[in-house]
Design a protein around this ligand. Structure first.
Ligand code: HEM
Length: 429
């Protein structure tokens, strides 16, 4: 999309198979859309996911709901997921998993000298953390003592991401009618995902009365009248949202640090100046680590995990001097903005300092990795805390090295993917 924006400018029309879209790659246009948003902003319909839910008689979650139903569900989740005070209480649980992750990575590097597939190991970490926070459940993924369903869940999330693009740009109703291989694989992956989430919810709700209730599921089921069907839909979509993205963002942050040893050492210095030797970071102590936060912001700018989002115009709307008729799908290409020299000097370089030195001159709409407005990522605060703690633990414990300096190409898919395994290793400090 970056090349298209270079060729056609900051706004252009594009046919995407089953629908026409307007592509934007400019912070001023993004701001204009944000200023005009309604109470129920809409993204592009995720038809393949909705079709699966209708086919299997499942409910919709936050990613797929619209209108007042979306707003009411969002309010319930927002209270628990976006309140900074509530989220900061989760640092203990996140740290418990992180402690295991450090041992796990140390063991892998000790045995083999490096980690074969860091993305997959990070998926285990994000899954373990999310399940602990959502259901008070430890799965044993970092002790290699896990059930097949847990691994299947991680693989199924990758499957649905893989088939999402192709099923969006071709008529999904035909896929379903002809029972194509893509529809079958997509359906099987969703079946596995829903089955696991339902099992977790049932097991947790059965034990709810006689155990500690710090988990999100206990809170939501106490605060609301949601049925089990609705809970399954919400937690399925939250769990998907939480696993792939956080692992992906940490993978890119590790990669960016491995390529920039000077940044890594500066970050280590900040950690050492803030924490005592062996002391674990907390939500509180992270407040004293501005450089760490800048490293993550910069990593999400340079390598945005979710490279785009969308909005469907609810009425005729004027954007940048163009009249977009009601129903127009606008694709917002984050990476086309964050890689543009007009908004960032040395845009292709990893420079966390820019967030400290230039913060008053940077356009706030030029890097929005969690989206914008009322429909912004509901897991944002959770993800930020989890990523900040993880980065702190990793740099406190290891030097992260690049195994080679060959370029890695970013592939723009549902999430931003590297074109090969990340060549990184961890050496104990
Ligand atoms: C680095 C991590 C993450 C990134 C970069 C990310 C990014 C995004 C983006 C760009 C959107 C679309 C927002 C918009 O259209 O304006 C989104 C939506 C969403 N994300 Fe995340 N996300 C992350 C982590 C998480 C986590 C941890 C969860 C769950 C706990 C989550 C759950 C969701 C859900 C449910 C939505 C839909 C919200 C709605 O429509 O109301 N995400 N995310």
């Amino acid at each position: 999309m970056c090349q298209y924006h270079q060729r056609f400018g900051k706004i252009f029309k594009m046919n995407l198979g089953t629908f026409q879209s307007v592509q934007i790659g400019d912070p001023t246009l993004l701001e204009s859309i944000f200023r005009k948003e309604s109470n129920y902003p809409r993204r592009l319909d995720i038809k393949p996911w909705k079709m699966y839910r209708d086919y299997r008689n499942e409910a919709y979650g936050l990613l797929t709901l619209e209108g007042q139903e979306w707003q009411s569900m969002r309010k319930t989740m927002q209270r628990n997921l976006m309140d900074p005070k509530e989220v900061s209480k989760l640092d203990l649980k996140m740290n418990e998993v992180m402690q295991d992750f450090i041992i796990h990575i140390n063991n892998l590097c000790h045995k083999k000298g490096s980690v074969d597939d860091i993305y997959f190991e990070l998926n285990k970490w994000s899954y373990e953390t999310i399940c602990f926070i959502f259901y008070n459940r430890r799965c044993g993924l970092l002790q290699e003592a896990y059930g097949e369903d847990d691994l299947k869940f991680i693989k199924s999330v990758k499957e649905i991401m893989k088939y999402l693009g192709p099923l969006m740009v071709t008529p999904v109703n035909l896929h379903r009618k002809c029972n194509t291989a893509q529809w079958q694989k997509h359906t099987q992956a969703w079946d596995d995902i829903f089955m696991t989430v339902k099992r977790f919810i049932n097991e947790r709700l059965e034990n709810i009365s006689n155990s500690e209730k710090g988990d999100i599921l206990s809170k939501i089921s106490e605060q609301s009248q949601l049925s089990k069907k609705e809970l399954s839909a919400i937690f399925t979509e939250l769990q998907i949202g939480g696993i792939e993205t956080t692992a992906n963002a940490l993978m890119w942050a590790i990669f960016n640090l491995s390529q920039n040893s000077n940044v890594q050492e500066k970050l280590y210095e900040e950690i050492q100046n803030t924490l005592l030797p062996g002391e674990h970071p907390t939500a509180q102590s992270l407040k004293k680590m501005p450089y760490l936060k800048s490293c993550l912001k910069e990593s999400l700018r340079l390598t945005p995990t979710v490279p785009f989002t969308s909005r469907t115009m609810e009425e005729d709307t004027s954007v940048g001097g163009f009249l977009l008729p009601q129903g127009t799908v606008v694709m917002i290409n984050f990476h086309a903005i964050t890689w543009n020299e007009d908004f960032y000097t040395d845009a292709k370089k990893f420079k966390p300092e820019r967030w400290l030195q230039d913060k008053h001159t940077l356009n706030p709409f030029a890097s929005t990795p969690f989206g914008i407005g009322r429909r912004m990522c509901v897991g944002r605060r959770l993800a930020e805390l989890q990523l900040q703690l993880a980065l702190c633990w990793l740099v406190q414990n290891f030097k992260i090295y690049a195994m080679d300096k060959k370029a890695i190409k970013a592939i723009i898919s549902t999430v931003m993917l590297p074109d090969r395994s990340m060549p990184v290793t961890f050496i104990k400090r």
